[in-house]
Design a protein around this ligand. Structure first.
Ligand SMILES: [Fe+2]
Length: 163
């Protein structure tokens, strides 16, 4: 998992992550910190194994920990976070040391998954679909005290224990 750790340690990742942590300190709705990011990664990896998708573990974890990295720009500049996230993720992935870098093909898969994680495209790629579904399944709306005030649609809200 060296490449995933390298993403976490990247200065750009750290600065956006810490910024978001500050912005969400008082938030009553879902937060987007490491608990959420690793819930998504682990759900996705379980499903990957159960469904025999054959996706590489590091690819799943990389997409999961990067998918909400643009969220602070949504709060502060109203830029949709999947779009802001793609740009930040691209810079981070391009800035990894050579021995820890992802191939162009892998980068493409990760960036496509980040971009598509809020709305499921009909022809979504395997990692894109897995990230979209795992992101929703990670949310415990059924037990959330703020569920009634949350503006997520009924389809998106997760009202059952699934994974
Ligand atoms: Fe998310």
């Amino acid at each position: 998992m060296d490449r995933v750790v390298a993403i976490w340690r990247h200065p750009l990742y750290q600065s956006y992550y810490r910024k978001l942590e500050q912005l969400e300190r008082e938030r009553v709705f879902c937060r987007h910190q490491m608990i959420h990011l690793l819930d998504v990664a682990r759900i996705a990896y379980i499903r990957n194994l159960e469904e025999g998708l054959g996706l590489q573990k590091e690819l799943i974890y990389a997409a999961a920990i990067l998918h909400d990295i643009g969220k602070s720009l949504q709060y502060e500049a109203k830029i949709p976070h999947e779009l802001a996230g793609v740009e930040i993720a691209e810079q981070i992935l391009s800035g990894l040391p050579e021995e820890l870098s992802f191939t162009e093909e892998e980068k493409g898969q990760i960036l496509t998954a980040i971009k598509g994680h809020r709305r499921l495209r009909e022809d979504a790629k395997p990692l894109e679909r897995l990230l979209y579904e795992s992101d929703k399944e990670s949310r415990m709306c059924f037990a959330c005290p703020a569920e009634a005030q949350c503006d997520w649609s009924k389809e998106k809200k997760n009202m059952e224990i699934k994974v």
